[in-house]
Design a protein around this ligand. Structure first.
Ligand SMILES: NC(=O)C1=CN([C@@H]2O[C@H](COP(=O)(O)OP(=O)(O)OC[C@H]3O[C@@H](n4cnc5c(N)ncnc54)[C@H](OP(=O)(O)O)[C@@H]3O)[C@@H](O)[C@H]2O)[C@@H](O)CC1
Ligand SMILES: [K+]
Length: 493
């Protein structure tokens, strides 16, 4: 039986327009879609707020049309509704919806009329120029009000494909209701913060397939999670090796190793320079330890490993570059992090030449800039940057951030929605590298492993909350794994 889960697509503005046009061509009138959109939005509002005075700001296009439907729907439920219009309706569907609103229509009050709740139905995700005139004045005046604003589709003035404000002033909301699928603005910073909570409303468009750009949640990878079989033994659950730094910088690699073990790798070995053996030995239990002196030793020790982590506090320089080269010659899937990334800052192409398509680079924005100079700045947003980076590297690129983007060279791309501010702490990236490598060691496809590792990592942080340090993260993984195990193949509750 097919489990009832599937990856959730993120649609660009153009893809959404095409889906919309296809629905209309197939016989669904725009007004029917608008009616569903507005009713769904009104239901989402009523599910969160009790009846109270509400002002609805309507624009001249179909976003405004949704506003008139919301107004009608809320008034029918007894809400005191005041409609304010930026301009007369321009689009036919907006005109249709405005005609069906039997109440008064007031001019937009840029000083913000008194109310307890506001609905921003001025412009949607397709807006292509900055807010101007009264809309811009209102956006400025409404700056402190976001906890009482519901945005329709996107907060007006935010670019649907980038999440960036189009001009100096844009709206922000406590709740954003959008239709059919999330758009990049709902998942990428800073748009995601401007949206507040996002609810996606089904307006009856036909299934558009998963596409290449999806939300990173268990629907994407849970059916391929590498759970142990009943007759599993430790060697069948995957061997992981992690390269330790010198004696004064060994903790980071131990965090990775512990994380790899926690996420299920059967045998995890820390490969340590001789000078760091004693300190590593003093801090390890289930993780094993083996010494290496040269890159040739490393290649032999990693020969039977399914995955390897190199980078956490490994030291920046020639030695780490040589060690990476040795590991790249084995069959192990590499997770390349931190110092191993920076060791190739002078010659990124040398790194890329050594990588396979199942290797994973895990840069934060600073490391990304070292390997792909100028790419982030030249890209419209982080999705495009990560995709181009994966293409250049010929490997999976996980660009860390509150909106972690994971891109594979074949175009598959996922954006994490569960990013947590508590992860902004030393060593948290080392644990992430270990989670990813631990999953890859068990045979999980590296893109799936990167997505699952990032998701589990963020869930661990959410469970712990304030006071989190990286040492806490591996110990929190069992609670997250247990939830995945209990609902394996089913959507998470
Ligand atoms: N997709 C779907 O399936 C469904 C979508 N629905 C809804 O449709 C919305 C998209 O509607 P939309 O395309 O009419 O765009 P929208 O944002 O309302 O505004 C366009 C108008 O604004 C004008 N304009 C632009 N910039 C301006 C500016 N700075 N200052 C002043 N004016 C400006 C622009 O003029 P132009 O740029 O052409 O000169 C044009 O007249 C979408 O967000 C969703 O809510 C649902 O109803 C049902 C199903
Ligand atoms: K809006």
């Amino acid at each position: 039986m097919e489990p009832p889960v599937s990856p959730r697509q993120i649609m660009t503005v153009d893809e959404m327009k095409a889906a919309d046009a296809a629905a209309v061509a197939a016989g669904a009138p725009v007004t029917t879609l608008m009616e569903r959109a507005g009713k769904g939005a009104a239901d989402a509002i009523r599910a969160r707020w009790s009846r109270r005075p509400v002002v609805i700001w309507c624009g001249p296009g179909d976003n405004g049309g949704d506003g008139y439907v919301i107004a009608r729907s809320l008034r029918r439920r007894g809400w005191p509704v005041r409609v304010e219009a930026l301009a007369s309706p321009v689009s036919p569907a907006c005109r249709w919806a405005a005609e069906r609103w039997r109440g008064e229509v007031h001019p937009l009050n840029p000083a913000v009329s008194p109310a307890e709740l506001y609905v921003d139905a001025l412009f949607g995700a397709g807006l292509s120029r900055p807010l101007e005139g009264l809309a811009e004045e209102l956006a400025r005046a409404a700056q402190g009000l976001s906890s009482r604003i519901v945005a329709v589709d996107t907060p007006s003035g935010v670019h649907g494909d980038t999440g960036e404000p189009l001009g100096e002033n844009a709206f922000a909301a406590a709740l954003t209701v959008t239709f059919h699928r999330r758009k990049p603005a709902h998942v990428l910073a800073p748009g995601r913060a401007a949206c507040g909570e996002v609810e996606v409303i089904d307006i009856g468009l036909s299934e558009t397939g998963a596409g290449d750009l999806v939300e990173n949640d268990p629907g994407l990878w849970s059916v391929r999670f590498p759970w142990p079989s009943n007759d599993a033994h430790k060697h069948a659950r995957g061997r992981l090796v992690v390269v330790s730094g010198e004696a004064w910088s060994t903790g980071a690699a131990r965090l990775s190793a512990r994380a790899g073990l926690r996420v299920g790798a059967g045998v995890v070995t820390l490969l340590s320079p001789p000078g760091a053996l004693a300190v590593n030995a003093a801090h390890l239990e289930a993780v094993m330890l083996a010494p290496f002196e040269t890159d040739a030793d490393l290649a032999v020790l990693a020969d039977r490993a399914a995955a390897a982590v190199i980078g956490p506090a490994a030291g920046v320089g020639e030695a780490t570059a040589r060690n990476l080269t040795a590991l790249a010659g084995t069959g192990a899937a590499l997770v390349v992090d931190a110092d191993a990334l920076t060791s190739f800052a002078h010659a990124p192409d040398e790194l890329f030449a050594r990588l396979d398509r199942d290797d994973v680079l895990t840069p934060h924005a600073g490391e990304f800039e070292r390997l792909f100079p100028g790419l982030l700045k030249a890209s419209p947003e982080r999705i495009a940057a990560a995709r181009e980076a994966a293409r250049r590297a010929g490997a999976i690129v996980l660009l860390k951030g509150p909106d972690t983007v994971i891109a594979a060279p074949d175009g598959r791309t996922a954006v994490s929605l569960n990013g947590s501010p508590w992860l902004a702490t030393a060593g948290s990236g080392d644990v992430l590298a270990g989670f990813i490598a631990g999953l890859a060691a068990q045979g999980m496809d590296s893109f799936d492993a990167a997505c699952a590792g990032a998701w589990i990592h963020a869930e661990c942080a959410a469970i712990h909350g304030p006071g989190l340090i990286a040492e806490d993260l591996p110990g929190l993984a069992p609670a997250v794994l247990k939830r995945l195990w209990e609902v394996r193949g089913q959507p998470l509750p």
